[in-house]
Design a binder for this molecule. Structure first.
Ligand code: SF4
Ligand code: SF4
Length: 385
């Protein structure tokens, strides 16, 4: 029986709720669980070593006070939440993790990985910050080889070329299906909202068995492609400017800004952060050496921790053109210096080059500023009507 878009999306939410049970079952069956905090660590490598990767980026405001006992209060909420969940042992994914892979993307994270060493085995990858320097590629390839060795020690499974190539094909299949669903946001009136798409994309970070997830994505892709314009549950009447939400990653629990934009009547048609299209808009090369392909793919991630980071602005330009974006909301987590400073460039490109308005919002996980943010977002949306 053919299911509706809403029925499939309801299953996505159910699977997100069950994810911790699936991970627990995998752990009990002897599979190693590896916690990650960033897109620079390829799922393909973890899976090729026979482990299940799970994202440990915290999205729980309730875990922050425990973290603030040790960490500065004026600190990124994503890191505080991740650390609070770890030290209070209240995140099932952290609890089940046999090892953690960290990375030196930002100062806050790299120092917190030093603290996490007292709780779990931690391997930290040293990221080159300028991909144009002559040895960046060789350096990062060495880092991927080292983490492959670490993972094999944890699992007892060697990372072979064949295993890596097979995992790349599977993750690319997921990316292709997410691209198909994403493309429907080019329509005047897409069949789903971006808050719903955030759930779909987020599930990728927790799914143990890729086969049923691929099937679910395929079903959703077919359903949204077949649906008529105007079926999005957020659809309201009147002026609905097309908005890109960019900036720091968010989760279905921390999507305050995206939700406020949709509630204000805007249509969020793109989200080019790591929690959005940045993770699937490109594919890993399936030809040639699979490790080389992963080096090229990961070094091409345009994160604000890179300097310079022209790729972010190119992605912004392409996204605005493809989705006919009329306004950009740049979200920055409090005390995230890299995204905060890069916002100046984002705003310049929007206003001076693309001729569209851009609203920068710096916020945290609490709802204390929700009233004030709603007023700002409403005014921003209204100026486009
Ligand atoms: S925004 Fe940067 S640091 Fe955060 S997950 Fe993405 S690549 Fe990693
Ligand atoms: S949002 Fe910024 S400060 Fe927070 S973890 Fe990501 S890069 Fe680091």
């Amino acid at each position: 029986m053919t299911r509706t878009v809403d029925e499939i999306l309801a299953e996505v939410v159910r699977r997100l709720e069950w994810a911790q049970i699936e991970v627990k079952k995998a752990k009990e069956a002897g599979t190693k669980i590896v916690g990650l905090y960033c897109g620079y660590i390829p799922f393909e490598l973890v899976r090729a070593a026979g482990a299940v990767p799970v994202s440990l980026c915290g999205s729980d405001q309730a875990a922050i006070p425990a973290a603030e006992v040790e960490l500065p209060r004026n600190f990124c909420p994503l890191i505080k939440s991740s650390y609070g969940l770890a030290i209070t042992d209240t995140c099932p994914f952290f609890h089940f993790a046999d090892a953690l892979i960290g990375e030196t993307t930002c100062d806050g994270k790299k120092k917190v990985f030093e603290l996490l060493r007292s709780l779990k085995p931690v391997h930290v990858m040293q990221l080159p910050f300028d991909t144009q320097v002559p040895d960046a590629y060789e350096h990062w390839r060495g880092e991927l080889e080292r983490v492959g060795g670490f993972l094999s020690e944890v699992t007892g499974v060697p990372v072979t070329r064949e295993r890596l190539a097979a995992e790349i094909r599977i993750e690319n299949d997921i990316r292709r299906l997410l691209q198909r669903i994403d493309r429907t946001f080019e329509r005047d009136d897409p069949a789903l909202t971006w808050t719903q798409m955030l759930n779909v994309r987020s599930l990728t970070d927790f799914v143990v068995d890729r086969a049923p997830y691929l099937k679910l994505l395929e079903e959703l892709a077919e359903a949204v492609e077949a649906s008529a314009d105007g079926s999005a549950s957020s659809a309201s009447h009147g002026c609905q400017p097309r908005i890109l939400v960019t900036g720091t990653p968010m989760s279905p629990e921390t999507n305050k800004v995206m939700r406020l934009a949709e509630e204000s009547g805007a249509r969020v048609v793109a989200h080019d952060a790591c929690s959005g299209s940045k993770s699937y808009e490109r594919l890993v090369d399936e030809e040639g050496d699979p490790l080389d392909a992963l080096v090229r793919f990961t070094l091409g991630i345009p994160c604000a921790c890179m300097s310079p980071n022209e790729g972010r602005l190119d992605l912004l330009r392409r996204t605005v053109a493809t989705y006919r974006v009329q306004g950009v909301i740049d979200t920055v987590w409090m005390a995230c210096h890299t995204f905060n400073v890069e916002s100046v460039l984002v705003q310049r490109v929007c206003r001076q080059e693309l001729g569209i308005p851009c609203l920068k919002i710096e916020t945290d996980y609490s709802d204390a500023d929700e009233g004030q943010l709603r007023t700002r977002v409403d005014a921003f949306v209204e100026q486009m009507c």
